[in-house]
Write a protein that binds this ligand. Sequence first.
Ligand SMILES: [Zn+2]
Length: 234
Amino acid sequence: MVLLGDIPERALAVFAHPDDPEVACGGTLAHWASQGAEVRLVVANAGDKGSADATTDPQVLTERRADEVAAAAKVLALVGFDLLGIPDGEITNTIDLRATLVGLVRRHRPEVVIAPDPTAVFFGDSYVNHRDHRELGWAVLDAVAPAAASPLYFPDQGPPHQVTTLLLSGTLEPDAWVDVTTSIDRKVAAVSCHETRVGHDPDLVAELLRARTAESGTHANVPHAEGYRRLRLA
Ligand SMILES: [Zn+2]
């Protein structure tokens, strides 16, 4: 068990759908930002299919969800975010996506990158991890190790940058935790900004989020934690 107490100077969270980062690691991002870290976010998907209502206009939903990302970023005190606008369900680990991710890593120069663990396919016996999460996770792994640090990969995407630590969320094998006890309220508030997803029962969502971080906290001996599989790349 490792409790990650260090605050990175710069961190970059790369996730698929607009509400994924807040759910996965909102407490970590808010905690680091409050301690002076420059925290940025990349949201790869447009969120255009994130509705159970067949009459939804995907373009209108995309715009609403972009506004929700902006509102959540404010709550978390992020310094910025990038939206890649890939339609939901259409992320593929292509050379073009890797070039884009390498460019973002080289521009923002994070010590820590947080992304989905692509090796997690099944959660329990009733949930299949979304294809976008898996494909994006692989693309981030490939972009960060080794491409971003290797000058002959994507030479037109800026000077090489070595990410020090990769934290994979949504993992079946967590081995490192961040104490989010002081930032759990901001995590809940940030997730609540995603009104299109939270729906009419924000209290239930808040309860589920707190239950999940409390469960993770039992592994780290703190009241609330977010867990990751950690890779130390340098
Ligand atoms: Zn998602």
